[in-house]
Design a protein. Structure first.
Lengths: 169, 102
């Protein structure tokens, strides 16, 4: 019964995500593309919840859906009429992009179904929060305090860089 | 349990839809949206490999976590650059951008 519910939820999420991504790359209105991207991001958060990674899903919703979408909306509103002329791609470029995407997709799907992956381990329960905290802040093997600190420096550099680039002359 | 291949196929679909958008869009903001699709697909892959094949450690989990943070930083800088381009050229069409320095 549980398997059935999960499968139905996964099928719904997957359908929504693929449809929303297709619309996000084909619609002519930049605001609509942003909203379709928001649907894809929520679907990704749902996938993380299905995988029992609740913390990752929460981070996805706050950072992506809460932060990045707002940035896109601000940019689209600030730029305004500059975003009207979205497409008018040449048919040659369109065909090239379509061919590249379909070829790559076929190759990846073929590899996914022919490659022998290692054995699937038993399904996990929700990852406990104190394990996440210890793994993030620990300095032992399989712990991540160094990347954590490096990311904090990167975020500082990016903040300074964004201010420098976008300031008024 | 849903087979891991289903997740991987979903991520591959998202990835190549993003690649298609990156090739066909001629507008900087729309190209950035396609890049977000690609990044998300890769994040899903990391989480799935961690959850299905190596659940004893949290490496894919943390890779995804840091990738989300770096994607946010990258988007902030990219949008700052796009706003600067728009301020200087009054357009963000790819065709009109020929020089790195104005």
């Amino acid at each position: 019964m549980e398997l059935n519910t999960l499968s139905i939820i996964f099928a719904g999420l997957a359908t929504m995500m693929v449809a929303a991504s297709l619309l996000a790359v084909t619609t002519r209105n930049i605001m609509r593309a942003t909203v379709y991207l928001l649907f894809v991001l929520f679907g990704t958060a749902g996938i993380y919840f299905i995988l029992h990674y609740a913390f990752l899903g929460a981070v996805q919703v706050t950072v992506y859906a809460g932060g990045i979408i707002v940035l896109f909306v601000f940019a689209a509103l600030l730029i305004g009429r500059g975003t009207r002329d979205l497409t008018h791609t040449s048919i040659l470029r369109y065909t090239a992009g379509f061919t590249a995407a379909v070829t790559g997709l076929a190759l990846s799907v073929y590899l996914i179904f022919t490659h022998s992956f290692p054995e699937v381990k038993s399904p996990t329960s929700i990852v406990p929060m104190n394990l996440i905290g210890h793994t993030m802040m620990g300095a032992d093997k399989y712990n991540f305090v160094l990347p954590f600190e490096v990311v904090s420096v990167l975020l500082l550099a990016c903040m300074v860089g964004a201010l420098l680039i976008a300031r008024k002359r | 349990m849903i087979p891991a291949e289903y997740y991987l196929v979903l991520a591959a679909l998202m990835f190549f839809i993003g690649v298609f958008g990156f090739f066909t869009r001629r507008n900087l903001l729309a190209m950035l949206i396609s890049t977000e699709l690609i990044l998300n697909a890769v994040d899903i892959n990391f989480a799935v490999f961690n959850a299905y094949y190596y659940p004893e450690h949290l490496e894919g989990f943390f890779f995804t976590l840091f990738a989300i943070g770096i994607a946010a930083a990258e988007t902030a800088v990219a949008i700052a650059i796009i706003l600067n381009v728009y301020r200087n050229l009054r357009t963000i069409r790819l065709k009109s951008i020929k020089n790195l320095k104005f």
